[in-house]
Design a protein around this ligand. Structure first.
Ligand SMILES: [Zn+2]
Ligand SMILES: [Zn+2]
Length: 173
């Protein structure tokens, strides 16, 4: 079966991209994948915006056949921007480093406690796995694009309003 857009039948499913609820009745994106554990296919559900960032190929396939209820232009622009620099699909938000133990995947230096770091995830066989961190300042060499504040904030729902403002300031520095 093809990927699909449809309203969430209940409010109980969660988005694979951001782990937040998919509200009942709101349009969601379903990526169809081979069942890794057996026969047939499985459907992984996303907020459309989350899929445009994290599963750009899949959503572009589906957009071609999508109806008028789908905001095609906005989703297509977002998916194409992600595909222009493939590593952007790994962005999983930002946080202040709770310790100095993790090393940056770009510069291989430790990320100081309290410094902002960008979380990375890798998509393999339908599953997103934690893929380490990079310094906020290493974003441009790592992603090939430094213009990612919107995408990072999109996946940073755990941050308070104050922290989001601080993160935006750090991006502007
Ligand atoms: Zn989501
Ligand atoms: Zn670094």
């Amino acid at each position: 079966m093809a990927h699909t857009f449809e309203p969430a039948a209940s409010g109980r499913s969660k988005c694979r991209g951001c782990a937040q609820n998919l509200p009942k009745g709101e349009l969601r994106f379903g990526e169809r994948l081979q069942n890794p554990f057996g026969e047939g296919e499985v459907t992984h559900w996303f907020h459309p915006a989350c899929a445009a960032y994290k599963r750009p190929d899949a959503i572009l396939e589906a957009l071609a056949a999508a109806g008028a209820e789908v905001d095609r232009a906005a989703l297509e622009a977002r998916a194409r921007a992600t595909l222009a620099h493939e590593r952007l699909a790994r962005i999983d938000g930002a946080e202040r480093s709770p310790s100095s133990q993790a090393r940056c995947r770009e510069c291989h230096q430790p990320i100081e406690k309290g410094a902002w770091r960008i979380r990375l995830v890798f998509h393999q066989e339908g599953t997103f796995s934690p893929g380490g961190y990079i310094h906020l300042a290493c974003r441009e060499p790592y992603f090939g694009s430094g213009d990612i504040v919107e995408q990072v904030l999109h996946f940073s729902s755990g941050l308070s309003a104050q922290e989001r403002a601080e993160l935006q300031e750090a991006f502007a520095d």
